[in-house]
Write a protein that binds this ligand. Structure first.
Ligand code: PRP
Ligand code: URA
Length: 218
């Protein structure tokens, strides 16, 4: 199967996307010799495979379309979709998602982990006005302590979001449990669950600092 489901609690299960393309892209992202160009390309490949799984349950409506040879029954994606990347690293996931969901609205949440404490604080927020009836896809490639995701989900809940899914590339069991404890109704999709966080709260083996590798900063 392309997806394994894990349970850390009675909350929504965590979906680990085992699809061969997802795992191939993840390997490239993890490899320390991958340069920024290849890193960006594989971030997009991985996002697409995660998105296919995470959008399986989108609402659709029945329709009829005219083909050159007659009428066909069709199903169209239906309902509001809002994509929310957490800056900066989540930006790598935005364009591939918009390619699949071209009518989605986009909100931004800027969060930065303190280098010493690893606690995330918010520096920017711009969200669409109506999110209560929308399917909200929160995207951030790294789920380490879970602090950033919890901060963003608190914010989304605060503006009325009810149906949220979190798409990430590498998570930890610790981070997943923390998110589930605070937001048990959020569906989580990831390509990997890594074993540990080091002293600086970096995921091991992980892939390093995603934002720095994406943008060539350090
Ligand atoms: C990274 C990453 C997540 C967060 C995960 O962002 O993109 O947002 O850390 O860690 P957590 O689960 O322990 O909160 P960072 O703060 O380094 O900012 P950046 O994306 O701008 O590099
Ligand atoms: N953020 C990253 O980019 N990498 C980690 O391992 C943890 C947080």
């Amino acid at each position: 199967p392309a997806t394994r489901t894990l349970r850390y609690s009675d909350a929504m299960p965590v979906h680990v996307v085992d699809h061969p393309i997802a795992q191939d892209a993840l390997a490239a992202l993890r490899r320390s010799t991958t340069d920024a160009r290849e890193f960006r390309r594989n971030a997009a490949r991985l996002t697409t495979t995660l998105a296919v799984e995470a959008t399986r349950t989108l609402r659709t409506r029945n329709a009829e379309v005219e083909t050159p040879l007659g009428q066909a029954s069709a199903r169209l994606v239906h309902g509001e979709i809002v994509i929310v990347p957490i800056l900066r690293a989540g930006l790598s996931m935005l364009d591939p998602l918009l390619s699949l969901l071209p009518s989605a609205r986009v909100g931004y949440i800027g969060l930065q982990r303190d280098e010493r404490t690893a606690v995330a604080s918010s520096y920017y927020r711009k969200l669409p006005k109506q999110v209560a009836d929308a399917r909200v896809l929160l995207v951030d490639p790294m789920l380490a302590t879970g602090g950033s995701a919890i901060n963003a989900l608190d914010l989304l809940k605060g503006v009325g979001a009810t149906e949220t899914a979190l798409l990430c590339m590498v998570a930890t069991a610790e981070g997943l449990s923390a998110v589930e404890a605070k937001h048990p109704r959020t569906a989580i999709y990831t390509a990997a669950v890594d074993p540990i966080l080091n002293g600086q709260k970096f995921i091991v083996p992980g892939l390093g600092d995603f934002g720095d590798r994406l943008y060539g900063t350090d």
